[in-house]
Design a protein around this ligand. Sequence first.
Ligand SMILES: NC(=O)c1ccc[n+]([C@@H]2O[C@H](COP(=O)([O-])OP(=O)(O)OC[C@H]3O[C@@H](n4cnc5c(N)ncnc54)[C@H](O)[C@@H]3O)[C@@H](O)[C@H]2O)c1
Length: 276
Amino acid sequence: MVAQRGRRNGAGAAHKRTRPPGTPDADNAPTAEMPAVGENGADPEVRARAIPEAAVARLAVYLRVLSAMAEQGSTTVSSEELSSAAGVNSAKLRKDLSYLGSYGTRGVGYEVEVLVGQIERTLGLTRQHKVAVVGIGNLGHALANYGGFPGRGFPVEALFDIDPDLIGVPVGGLPVSHLDDIPRVCTERQISIGVIATPPAAAQSVCDRLVAGGVQCILNFAPVVLQVPEHVEVRKVDLAVELQILSFHVARRADNAEAAAGGVNGHVVDPAVMPS
Ligand SMILES: NC(=O)c1ccc[n+]([C@@H]2O[C@H](COP(=O)([O-])OP(=O)(O)OC[C@H]3O[C@@H](n4cnc5c(N)ncnc54)[C@H](O)[C@@H]3O)[C@@H](O)[C@H]2O)c1
């Protein structure tokens, strides 16, 4: 078992990353084409570490949109086209892309293939990350059967559960192994990402086994905060939190609409009593 000495990770454990000195602001970004990642003096790894978490998530969205554009034969894209297709405002998009050292060319925009390559390198997608799923219940079955991961560089190579009825049974073409085999199988198959889809009470011991098997990243669906060593990265997926964030945005939009319709602080103001 791995000692419980590491940092705590959870939905609230945002990885605070700051912009390195000298990283241009989108509003002041040059319009001439700048060199690609790693070619303008900055170490790409240092630069990648400096990208805020929220921007990293948006880069993954841009990559999906750009890959679809490339498949349709597009060679260049303007920031307006890309921002509209990704559902992000264009100032934010330009800022996100400036973290890659990519500013586009005035009147032309961005080269789709170059941008895809830059985002893939920044997200570390130039190599495959083998995935293990632990807990082959409702969620684990869905993840194991989902065909979209391998094509995006995340082949599912191992499944684990504790239920004797599931051990040896193929799910998505892969037989389920026993929980106790996690360290050995993960080491042998060089698994780098472990997905935890067990009940919360089992998640920490599963996490310890994954870490003992050399797993470097954990995607945790169980509603529990995990303890991991410093070198292990944890992302927690909490659908309830996502819904709460959506609810916040809906409420804010409603407030803005009300204010735009003549109210102040959510209340309609009688012009006769407004201060001059
Ligand atoms: N189902 C969803 O939509 C959903 C959504 C978000 C989060 N979650 C969370 O994901 C987790 C899984 O949810 P579910 O609905 O798939 O549950 P589930 O009960 O259908 O499946 C859990 C699986 O984990 C296995 N398991 C139990 N203890 C284990 C252990 N020590 N080692 C390995 N496997 C073990 C069980 O045998 C079972 O197959 C839960 O923590 C849940 O809160 C579920």
